[in-house]
Design a binder for this molecule. Structure first.
Ligand code: SF4
Length: 378
């Protein structure tokens, strides 16, 4: 298979769907979590859930970087632009996430904040070079996939002596989030869902490899299948999970062999380790505070750490009470369980983070009309 179309072949997908239906045992339920927002997007876009038998259920996980960012972190970014007068650079989706006081980065821009959308952290570096008399802060979000470029930018800024560039580091880590879903008493208190296995992330795993998931398979007896983002990848991963459950085994399997190895990308890992270290605690939307689940900039690069440079404190802020994003990110609720879905909350008027990014469960459901299918069936 060389071309992407071959991973979207309808006849092959139906063949795998028949195999899943034949092998999923009647009388048993199979609850699998797709951790990553990219898989959530693919499942909605290609109607993967519609091809599955009734007793095989896919549950959305917390793997959408914009969705898990808590309001308190967006508030910090707004503070940098409005109070400290910095040029704040970030990715497009982050601009629309609701923050405290009815604000968002977009609305803060309307109030005079110099907030700019960038496609890559290198754009923020270019802005810093072009405006040597202004502070320029890159609002860095995302999982292990987006962390190496931020590390490269900090090293570059250091090498150039770029004194007006810094990073508000909100990079988070996949394995501690999975662990939190499986065992954290706080998450249990908030409500969690019984799971029989995970579809492991695609892009994240190209960096960290498949090895970090072996712990979950061994310690928690949960099968993990790492899968690519195409519909056939996801279908094949579901079949592999059903087979593991039926056989009573819990292993890490790699469906995405065209990009993921057991060891991952050693060069990227070394870069990240040079610039970042673990944070003791980090708040996630939906999961609460998760120990050692995020990164902070090492003391050697403290000059490029916006939190130290601007002496920022972190204050947690509550989500909109009617928004169910937290429960959706834990897999306890689905987008349709939210009263605001498709009415007050749409991709044009997001009330919560899960409706902002295309990887968010609510946005994926809305964009691909999954809610309409369900209405028709009902
Ligand atoms: S539909 Fe909107 S308000 Fe409801 S959970 Fe999703 S993002 Fe939150």
């Amino acid at each position: 298979m060389k071309y992407v179309d071959e991973f979207r072949d309808a006849a092959l997908a139906q063949g795998i769907a028949r195999a899943i239906a034949a092998e999923a045992r009647p009388g048993r339920r199979y609850n699998f979590m797709e951790f990553c927002g990219g898989h959530t997007h693919a499942i909605s876009r290609y109607g993967v859930a519609d091809l599955l038998p009734e007793n095989v259920r896919m549950i959305h996980g917390p793997g959408c970087p914009v969705c898990v960012l808590p309001i308190g972190r967006i508030d910090q970014a707004i503070q940098l632009a409005l109070r400290h007068g910095a040029i704040l650079c970030t990715y497009a989706d982050t601009l629309r996430v609701p923050a405290s006081g009815g604000l968002s980065l977009m609305r803060a821009r309307a109030r005079g904040g110099d907030i700019r959308m960038v496609y890559a952290v290198s754009d923020a570096l270019a802005i810093a070079r072009a405006h040597p008399h202004k502070e320029v802060v890159f609002f860095a979000i995302g999982f292990e996939t987006t962390t190496p470029p931020t590390a490269v930018a900090i090293r570059q800024a250091c090498a150039e002596g770029l004194a007006n560039f810094s990073v508000l580091c909100c990079h988070v880590l996949t394995p501690p989030a999975i662990m939190s879903i499986l065992e954290s008493p706080e998450v249990r208190e908030l409500g969690s869902v019984p799971l029989d296995g995970f579809i492991g992330p695609a892009h994240v795993s190209t960096v960290i490899g498949s090895r970090p998931y072996e712990f979950f398979a061994e310690e928690y007896r949960k099968p993990v299948v790492i899968a690519g983002f195409e519909p056939l990848d996801v279908m094949q991963a579901i079949l592999m999970l059903v087979r593991q459950v039926n056989a009573g085994v819990a292993r890490v399997e790699n469906e995405f062999t065209r990009a993921v190895t057991r060891e991952g990308n050693a060069k990227a890992q070394a870069l990240v380790a040079e610039v970042f270290e673990l944070r003791k605690r980090f708040e996630w939307r939906g999961l609460g505070e998760v120990p050692y689940s995020a990164l902070q900039i090492r003391a050697e690069y403290a000059a490029f750490d916006a939190e130290r440079r601007f002496d920022l404190d972190y204050t947690a802020a509550p989500d909109n009470k009617a928004c169910e994003c937290g429960a959706i990110l834990r897999g306890v609720k689905r987008p349709l369980d939210c009263k605001l879905f498709g009415t007050a909350c749409t991709p044009e008027t997001p009330m919560g983070a899960c409706m902002v990014s295309s990887e968010g469960a609510c946005a994926a459901h809305y964009t691909y009309g999954r809610h309409k299918d369900i209405e028709v069936v009902a």
